[in-house]
Design a protein around this ligand. Sequence first.
Ligand code: COA
Ligand code: AMP
Length: 635
Amino acid sequence: MGRYQDLYQRSIEDPEGFWGDAAADITWYKKWDKVLDASNPPFYRWFVGGELNTCYNALDRHVENGRADQTALIYDSPVRNKIQKFTYRELLDQVSRFAGVLKSLGVNKGDTVVLYMPMVPQAVVAMLACARLGAIHSVVFGGFAANELALRIDDAKPRVIVSASGAIEVKRLIEYKPILNKAIDLAKHKPETCIILQRQVVMAEMTPGRDLDWEELMAKAEPSPCVPVKATDPLYILYTSGTTGKPKGIVRDNGGHAVALRWSMENIYDKKPGEVFWAASDVGWVVGHSYIVYAPLIAGCTTILYEGKSVGTPDPGAFWRVISQHGVKTLFTAPTAFRAIKKEDPNGTYIGKYDLSGFRYLFLAGERTDPDTYHWAHNLLKKPVIDHWWQTETGWPITANSLGIEPFSVKPGSSTKPVPGFDVQILTSTGKKLGPNKEGLVVVKLPLPPGTLPTLWNADQRYIDSYMKLFPGYYFTSDGGHMDEEGYVFIMGRVDDVINVAGHRLSTGSMEEVVAKHQDIAECAVIGAKDTLKGQLPVGLVVLKSGVAREDVEIKQELIQMIRNEIGPIACFKEAVVVPRLPKTRSGKILRSTMRDIADGKTYAIPSTIDDPSILGEVEEALKKIGYSRTDEKS
Ligand code: COA
Ligand code: AMP
């Protein structure tokens, strides 16, 4: 057996031995009493009794062990034309002083802090400062509107919110402060203090008595030391879309997280301390948490915080410029970012302008890498391209080509093989195990490995209901797919009402809740339709109240604005169409997946439970009008 097979088998047969060994790469104040506590399934706890501090592992120990002058963080902002480097010593200085600021404002171990920040170094500083104090951060992505921020404030109940005056989106300035003010107005929970980073390009008006200036606080800050926390204490909460309007608060613990991420850097990404690792994502998403901030720093690498896009900042050569300028060995991004480059530079002319000789691997995740994009990237870069699959819930990859322990070996369209720790299986809807190449529901046999969600924030029952109830003994991923005879996993998409837009996970249910509030709308459905650039885009199908005689286009514009205001521009909701009726089952369930198949031009079966099949023809006509193809073939 090869090294991967040996390790994989051991991780499944002897998880305590496997992860107990991996934990030796982390510095602990107190060793754990038990590697895995499985006494209360499906609530599994890793490294019970152990104590550590995640910030210590990410910064202090490197400074103490000879990496003080190595660059820890490179802030590269094409939108500000600025590059700033922080050594481990400098980053530790900033973080320990900001921890002092938070402490002086009453933030202690177990308190929550919401961060609503653009891609600036202070976002990383604030995350690590919370970790230093044992406080729990909850980062909210900047593209969410006030209402979404308010939902998260009410759930996380932060003592302090850290934000900035605004963000720069390519060439546009986005003011964050009015969004923050509105969110606090909407929320029932009111934070005691907001710390605002003033960015010179967009100055915010401060609210007296509540808002404090980042720079002023830092100027008089005293450094604060690391606070030991239990391995099982939460490090952060990250909200992600579920099928309803209420986001799920994914909890991440300290111990399992540090162990899993440290292990992943060496064994999945084949990274050595001192190398440059770049995750071109946003700190507001799980990829940003794990692979911009925690994993590269815990592993002693140099990480890049990139405030730009793959195109338009300033051109489709942006990624190649960053790779060559900073000596990036590994890039991790979403396929959509590559499709955007491919669209603007199909022949890869910009690639030739840069020296990419030091570049080794391209890892893609967030959505399935379609074979076209895979071949395009691989042919032009002539480097290994690895599609790997994961979720906010798991925090690190479930399937990958683990390059530290196996040779490069991928199959286009597959996110490759289960990572050690993840016992991936394919089941039927009634829980029967499926053999090779049979399409089914993708599950992971419990226990999940360290670093994955131990529960949902203040919602143990929802954790059980969402993930553990359908197939007792298994974590249900909500993804559909299959596994071939060699163990390669093919993830074909979500089987729930979650869609994936430009690698961002969004809930069509929450969009429906907003659309349904429109005064002229009787009922609606939002589906995710295929898009060549962003993977999927939401499309609203709306039935008007009787007697409404307004122009469809006017209603559509109002809906677009409502979604922007209530969910945010990141929803990319730009299309809605009026239909006379919605197709439903006899029991009244809207047939969203059939409408999605129609929009995608797929052959679809007319469901036997449908109330009135002629409605499907009406939906086809309506979708065709807005450019979504109709199928001529039905089965
Ligand atoms: N703050 C405020 N608004 C934001 C924002 C932020 N942090 N991030 C995005 N937005 C806005 C954008 O300005 C845009 O608004 P618009 O409709 O007014 O133009 C909208 O949200 C959609 O943004 P985006 O999806 O980024 O679309 P785009 O057309 O600007 O860029 C891509 C297209 C493909 C380049 C971009 O989607 C991309 O790079 N995606 C990769 C995503 C990723 O890294 N995912 C993480 C998983 S690894
Ligand atoms: P998120 O929680 O935002 O990371 O989104 C997780 C979802 O994105 C998964 O449930 C999948 O549907 C999808 N996803 C992520 N990575 C991949 C991949 N490599 N292949 C297929 N789907 C993916």
